[in-house]
Design a protein around this ligand. Structure first.
Ligand code: FMN
Length: 188
């Protein structure tokens, strides 16, 4: 993306299902990332306690402190989440709630992938994600917010093998990385 320091891109999956199509999209992003994009996978969704403002003080639960440190060490975040019963998965929304207090994600460039099948699949969850990310004051990178049709048959070895999907993912990755470079140059 540039000749400056590499971009740290955090990938967060809203599904903890074995064989998740959302995880496959993020695996494919990691596979496509150029050398100057260092990809970090967040893999501790299930370790986060239920968000409770009483716990959001000086002695944070270790998993919440680790989440905030991981976000703080990142230049951009890419989410990929399914929709459950017309909304974001509870465990994923819990992560977003823990992300509010520390402010690490404030003004950070973010994007999201939607692997849900069908023309309107996942729309309610992703509209909700947009609202939540506005509360978090993230910089939503529109070209990195994409709906991708991922039939399960195109997932193999945890990666999406479709050239068309891989092209879409490359575009989202490029847009997010460029926004991260621009954001880093912004005076703080
Ligand atoms: C309990 C449950 C509820 C679901 N509700 C919705 C829904 O409201 N809208 C939708 O588009 N898909 C819904 N789905 C389908 C999932 O979003 C879909 O299976 C998705 O691929 C799961 O993502 P994953 O492959 O990353 O685990 C639901 C699936 C489950 C198991």
């Amino acid at each position: 993306v540039s000749d400056s320091a590499p971009i740290a891109l955090l990938l967060v999956c809203g599904s903890v299902r074995q064989g998740s199509t959302n995880a496959a999209l993020l695996n494919t992003i990691a596979d496509l990332a150029p050398d100057d994009v260092i990809v970090v996978r967040y893999d501790a969704l299930e370790q986060l306690p239920h968000f409770n403002p009483d716990l959001d003080g000086d002695s944070l639960p270790p998993a919440a402190a680790a989440l905030r440190a991981t976000i703080g060490a990142s230049d951009a975040v890419l989410f990929s989440t399914p929709e459950y019963a017309g909304a974001l998965p509870g465990s994923f929304k819990n992560l977003l709630d823990w992300s509010v207090g520390g402010g690490e994600i404030y003004e950070m460039p973010v994007g999201w992938l939607n692997a849900s099948a069908g023309p309107t699949g996942g729309a309610d969850a992703h509209n909700s994600l947009r609202i939540v990310l506005r509360y978090l004051s993230c910089q939503i990178v529109e070209d990195a917010c994409i709906k991708v049709d991922v039939p399960r048959k195109v997932v193999s070895d945890g990666l999406v093998q479709s050239d068309q999907v891989r092209d879409q993912l490359s575009g989202a990755l490029k847009a997010l990385a460029e926004a991260a470079v621009t954001n880093r140059k912004r005076p703080s």
